[in-house]
Design a protein around this ligand. Structure first.
Ligand code: AHG
Ligand code: MN
Ligand code: MN
Length: 320
């Protein structure tokens, strides 16, 4: 029988140097994910699909399930007793939870990624970057503005044909699947590494005309070599490419001159997972994990997947 998340956490992180308490943070994410996937699957029947009528700090229309997911995860992460502060795509300012010595972790999250796909029954997910708070570090707005390379762990979930949760720490990427009969996650994909053969490329081809010539040439190269797979949920596209080999790119476009995706809670966590699985992630100008963050919700271009293909694509973009 597959090892449970609780068994894996206790053996790998509980009491261990550098990861002590991480098991409680991951358990908080798992509990939140469990509740979110149940809500999503029943949403159509419960009139919980659609928008709240508000726009978030990104200027984007907020889906009812965006707010539900953010509120649920703030609750489960606050209750785990180990998280000092939370950044959320759906909340403009930093959520300060506590600054006792036990509150050792900082979490940045996209509580529901791909939310425009909810009402058409396409996979969505949640994304988390996890940093360590230094022992007596003050907990305020700037506490969360740490470089991606300082993450101690990254987690994402995919609410798709099954509910998966992938947890990356240094040198380890572990895939867990929700066992709906017991409501617990089981280790089904141990020690994930991105396959050496790149099979897919994922990008919004509808943006092609608004791209600079270097990016257009880079995409033409990808068209000639790989199959196109683009879901419109970053986390689902990334998960398929991680397991099957592939590259995802959301470059600078005319519509999004800073890039569309958010650095702290989309690019950084997935870049951490990609690198621990043998892949790479770049903004087109620099390694994602090296970017010095200035603002909680700042955007970036993202080219992520098989290391050799990312490097070739970034070179083509910069060749012009
Ligand atoms: P979110 O739902 O958290 O706002 O993220 C949506 C993002 C990402 O999931 C996806 O890859 C991208 O938006 C799709 O953008 P386009 O529709 O412009 O291709
Ligand atoms: Mn997102
Ligand atoms: Mn989102």
């Amino acid at each position: 029988m597959f090892q449970t998340l609780a068994e894996y956490s206790a053996a790998s992180w509980k009491g261990s140097e550098g990861y002590d308490g991480l098991e409680a943070v991951v358990a908080g994410i798992a509990d939140g994910a469990q509740r979110i996937q149940a809500k999503i699957r029943a949403a159509m029947l419960a009139h919980a699909v659609g928008t709240t009528g508000e726009t978030n700090v990104q200027g984007e229309v907020v889906q009812i399930l965006d707010t539900f997911s953010s509120d649920t995860l703030v609750e489960t992460l606050s209750q785990c007793g180990r998280v000092a502060a939370i950044g959320s795509e759906e909340i403009e300012e930093t959520v300060i939870v506590g600054d006792s010595p036990a509150h050792r972790y900082l979490v940045q999250m996209d509580p529901l990624d791909g939310s425009s796909n909810i009402d058409v029954a396409i996979s969505v997910g949640s994304i988390f970057g996890i940093w360590k708070r230094q022992a007596d570090e003050k907990v305020n707005e700037s506490t969360l503005l740490k470089k991606g390379v300082e993450q101690v762990a990254a987690v994402y979930t995919v609410y798709g044909s099954c509910t998966m949760m992938v947890v990356a720490t240094r040198g380890s990427v572990q895939g867990f699947t929700l066992d709906p009969s017991e409501g617990i996650f089981r280790l089904t994909n141990p020690n994930i590494q991105i396959p050496p053969k790149n099979s897919y490329y994922s990008t919004n081809e509808g943006n092609f005309k608004g791209l600079d010539s270097g990016t257009q040439k880079a995409i033409e190269e990808l068209r000639n070599a790989y199959s196109l797979r683009y879901v419109g949920s970053l986390v689902a596209d990334f998960h398929r490419n991680l397991l099957k080999g592939g590259i995802f790119l959301y470059p600078i476009t005319k519509k999004s001159p800073e890039g569309k995706l958010r650095l702290m809670y989309e690019a950084n966590p997935l870049a951490f997972v990609a690198e621990q699985a043998g892949g790479a992630a770049s903004s087109g100008k620099e390694r994602i994990l090296d970017i010095e963050p200035q603002k909680l919700h700042q955007r970036t271009a993202l080219i992520i997947g098989n290391k050799d293909v990312v490097e070739r694509t970034v070179a083509a973009i910069n060749k012009g």
